[in-house]
Design a protein around this ligand. Structure first.
Ligand code: SAH
Length: 253
């Protein structure tokens, strides 16, 4: 296992791929600044503006940007917070948990999709929370399994996605520390909660050629983004920037 602190990770060998990601949204790069009118929470303009900011922050994966431009983030947070939904801030989603800020979601998804212009196969998300990232993932992969250990949030996510009718998203109530063996092997695993270490079950359930992106405490004593590539030669680990995610906990509640 190779651990190296770096700002980027090496390209991966090919993994099982799905159909190409089709540009569902046009004018991604060229879109003009949003006008004051038509710039309400529910409008496309606020998401175009958010995506432009993400691009300015260095996010460049077209599929990730398109998915984030498409999914209505304000639908996943409390109505009192909806006007902050497209700001680069994390927001409370109940039961002491938070939805990550758009920049962090985009960064992790970009790492997950790095070197891929086509949809991934099956993906596992640990920590459904309000379901926002799970729905974004549903645009980037053929099948998404998202697991949540808090029943209240699992049910909230179900309610949030119900009207969206996302056919390729499976929400599971359970302990994600154990992964979700029924859907394995996964082309990618992404965790929205950080523990002391990456559970071995996740690595076991990753396909060869697959990538895991998760926050975890590293030898530096702080939580960092960790990328694990499972290759035919073994497991390669990279440690990236420091992050602050809610804790990964075992068991259900
Ligand atoms: N991706 C989410 C972010 C949720 S915050 C979103 O878009 O809203 C992280 C979530 O991880 C919390 O809801 C927390 O309850 C959950 N979590 C922590 N440990 C877990 C575990 N072992 N299994 C499943 N979910 C877990």
């Amino acid at each position: 296992m190779v651990a190296r602190p770096s700002a980027s990770v090496t390209p991966r060998p090919a993994a099982p791929l799905g159909p190409p990601i089709r540009p569902a949204v046009t004018g991604l790069v060229e879109s003009r600044p949003a006008q004051a009118s038509g710039f309400g929470t529910g409008s496309q303009a606020v998401r175009v503006d958010m995506v432009r900011k993400l691009q300015a922050q260095g996010i460049s994966h077209t599929g990730v940007l398109m998915a984030m431009q498409t999914v209505e983030r304000h639908r996943f947070v409390d109505s009192a917070l909806a006007n902050q939904a497209y700001e680069d801030t994390s927001l409370p989603i109940g039961l002491g948990q938070t939805i990550s800020k758009p920049n962090v979601v985009a960064r992790m998804l970009e790492l997950m999709c790095q070197g891929r212009t086509e949809k991934l196969g099956r993906v596992l998300e640990i920590g459904t929370g309000c379901g926002y990232q799970a729905v974004v993932l549903s645009h980037l992969s053929q099948e998404v399994y998202s697991i949540e250990r808090l029943r209240g949030l699992h049910e909230k996510a179900r309610e949030n996605v119900r009207t969206l009718r996302v056919a390729n998203l499976h929400l599971i109530f359970g302990d994600g520390m154990l992964g979700f063996p029924k859907g394995a092997p996964y082309a990618a695993i992404i965790a929205a909660a950080g523990g002391e270490a990456i559970p071995q079950a996740w690595i076991d359930q990753l396909a060869v050629g697959g990538r895991l992106v998760a926050p975890a405490v590293t030898v530096r004593g702080h939580q960092h983004l960790v990328v694990i590539d499972k290759t035919a030669r073994g497991v390669e680990r990279s440690e990236l920037e420091a992050v602050h995610f809610v804790p990964l906990k075992s068991g259900i509640a």
